[in-house]
Design a protein around this ligand. Structure first.
Ligand code: B12
Ligand code: SF4
Length: 580
């Protein structure tokens, strides 16, 4: 039987900066788990020879955040193989315009293209009709894949191989079991494009809560579906075999993964008795400290940094977005529990809840600095992301929203705020970064680190990135990488390609300006660290944020919001009216 090849090229698109250049780096900082998941599913298809014993399926994968895609080269490879397709993987709303621009070029060359990820799934899940950009994709001949890929790849590959692929595949109403899912493991050559060689896996999907700005529950559901401890061990072993032992566990809320304990127990076993040097970055909710043994086991399993969905400290804002699970009077205790386990805390803070004003936000950030022992705080615009309840409501009411999906990166105001105008809201966002990352507060965070036994070098590195990313690189830290690349010719579709004689001199100045600012910031923060580390009796430093909660005494900031705290079980008694 004559052998033939089928070439699949996976591309995780990035998105455009304000000048229309693709946001990409020599090394990115966070791995794409969507890429790892789809790669794992297709590798299984290749091993199972799903297109027949005579067909060799060959897969390449690129994350555009850390790799410049050679579009013509990919076309040549697929043509040389005699068949195949391009998969646009894990495309978020902000990446959809870039995905369309990539897809457009492949379609012009006659290469089949399939796009999946949260934008396609979120829109199809929540909207009564396809929005214009999804229609534009269909007009280009791009196939849309909504829902999860587990168990569906074989039929998709067979359809493409036969040239009978459908315009839309919709599996949203059938959430697959994860207990036997293919493992999300990428080859080392792709993992090493990420600084620190972090790999990723989702130990589970689904979250029981109902935050109105969230897309996840409308795509992946509210029921916890999870991998087995055996599969997590297999993921760790497969990565360790290629010398990769650091993992970003991408569950939106690992604390609500119903299998968290067997998974952590297995990781502890591998770490403590198997000699695996595992490091974990987890995402959790603000109630995780109430789960017996959770924090202690997470730390023993190798968790040294945790992302907490704090979102806000004003109960009125939290209630307004149905984030009822966030109990502000427990924030300090929860944060201190992670510190006691020597885990660095990162918290997300959303700006632009309905009652927010510049004054209230400034006040709240100052309260956090004084009273909550958070290491890293990152800010986001409240954004009606396609796939969320917020977006659906605005869409159905016909409220104006930014039509440019490239702006749905949580760094732009995408719809009107009821109190702040656009310019004020944008000013608030800029001010938030500047207000939190003052030299004075950086020093306080480092003092707290020394007092709590956290590694000040790790904290100062994280502080440098989070402080400088939005202000120096003009991108959110979650999109940050090392050494920005701007490809002259890969500009947003419709924008002018700049003459090389103008582009390169501009780029040199642009590059040097940014480099000088980074060097200056890095030096300043290192100097602060040296001062803090060499200060006598650093271990005995104490402030309000580090002070242990006192029984029957309410934290100052909780008193500030006393009249806004709903009367729920465990809530402090409302004895003080709101101040300032
Ligand atoms: C890990 C993560 C990140 C990581 C890595 C990105 C990644 N995709 O892996 C980082 C930290 C970089 C990140 C950043 C951002 N993220 Co993020 N992220 C996530 C998170 C928590 C998990 C992603 C994941 O691994 N999911 C599991 C995979 C397997 O699911 P999946 O991507 O949907 O893929 C499945 C299917 O869609 C399908 N599929 C996907 N692609 C394809 C392609 C083909 C051809 C086929 C057939 C099938 C298919 O098969 C896959 C397996 O079942 C999700 C929430 C979530 N639960 O998914 C948010 C999420 C995707 N992120 C979101 C956002 C908004 C962002 C940011 C813009 C915001 C910010 N400033 O933080 C930035 C963007 C920067 C960037 N360059 O990516 C939103 C996107 C919403 C939307 N409508 O677009 C989400 C949904 C969270 C939310 N707030 O609602 N993110
Ligand atoms: S806790 Fe996080 S994942 Fe769960 S519904 Fe709220 S925003 Fe979504």
């Amino acid at each position: 039987m004559a052998r033939r090849a089928f070439k699949i090229v996976l591309i995780k698109p990035s998105h455009y900066d304000a000048d229309g250049y693709v946001i990409q780096w020599h090394r990115s900082t966070i791995p794409s788990n969507s890429l790892a998941s789809v790669y794992g599913l297709l590798t299984e298809c290749a091993e199972d020879k799903v297109l027949g014993p005579d067909v060799d399926i060959d897969i390449d994968a690129y994350d555009e955040c850390n790799t410049i895609i050679d579009i013509k080269g990919v076309v040549r490879q697929i043509r040389a193989a005699g068949g195949g397709f391009v998969a646009l993987v894990g495309v978020q709303s902000n990446q959809f315009p870039r995905a369309l621009d990539i897809g457009r070029q492949f379609r012009a060359a006659g290469v089949p293209v399939v796009a999946g990820g949260f934008h396609v799934s979120g829109c199809i899940s929540m909207l009564p009709e396809l929005p214009p950009d999804l229609k534009a994709a269909l007009d280009l001949g791009i196939t849309l894949f909504a829902g999860e890929g587990e168990g569906r790849m074989t039929s998709l590959l067979r359809d493409i191989d036969a040239g009978t692929q459908k315009p839309v595949y919709d599996y949203l109403h059938d959430l697959p079991d994860m207990s036997d899912a293919a493992l999300p493991v990428l080859p080392r050559r792709i993992v090493t494009r990420v600084a620190g060689h972090y790999a990723s896996f989702d130990a589970g999907r689904g979250c029981p809560f109902q935050c109105s700005f969230c897309t996840i529950i409308n795509v992946q559901g509210r029921k916890s579906r999870f991998r087995t401890a055996d599969d997590v061990e297999a993921i760790v072993r497969a990565n360790a075999a290629q010398d990769v032992t650091r993992f970003f566990v991408t569950d939106d809320n690992f604390a609500r993964n119903k299998n968290w304990e067997p998974i952590l127990d297995r990781l502890i076993e591998l770490k403590e008795n198997g000699g695996f040097k595992i490091r974990l970055l987890l995402q959790v909710d603000t109630l995780c400290h109430r789960i017996p043994g959770f924090i202690e086991k997470a730390a023993r399993a190798g968790c040294n940094a945790v992302f907490i969905g704090l979102e806000n400290i004003n109960p009125e804002s939290l209630m307004g977005t149905k984030k009822r699970q966030n109990k502000i009077w427990e924030y300090r205790e929860m944060l201190q529990a992670w510190r006691a386990a020597k885990v660095m805390t990162w918290a997300g803070y959303i700006l632009g809840f309905p009652t927010d004003t510049p004054e209230s936000i400034a006040r709240d950030i100052e309260i956090i600095k004084r009273e909550l022992p958070i290491d890293i705080l990152e800010f986001f615009f409240l954004t009606p992301l396609p796939g969320s309840e917020d977006h659906k409501k605005l869409y159905l009411k016909g409220v104006a929203m930014d039509p440019d999906m490239n702006n749905y990166d949580l760094e732009h105001a995408c719809t009107a705020h009821q109190i702040m105008d656009k310019a004020t809201w944008e000013g608030v966002y800029r001010d938030a970064w500047a207000r939190y990352y003052t030299d004075e507060h950086v020093e306080t965070i480092l003092r707290r680190a020394v007092a709590s036994g956290l590694n000040p070098k790790k904290i100062v590195d994280a502080l440098t990135v989070f402080s400088g990313s939005a202000r120096i690189e003009k991108v959110h830290p979650l999109q940050f990488g090392f050494v920005r690349r701007k490809q002259r010719t890969q500009r947003r579709y419709g924008m002018k390609i700049v003459n090389p004689l103008l582009f390169y001199p501009w780029r040199v100045v642009d590059f040097l300006t940014v480099a000088v600012r980074w060097i200056s910031l890095g030096r300043r923060y290192r100097a602060i660290m040296k001062r803090v580390v060499s200060a006598p009796a650093g271990q005995t430093y104490i402030d309000e944020a580090l002070s242990p909660p006192v029984a029957n005494v309410t934290d100052h900031f909780v008193e500030t919001f006393a009249d806004k705290i709903p009367k729920t079980h465990g809530a402090p008694k409302q004895k003080v009216a709101a101040a300032g």
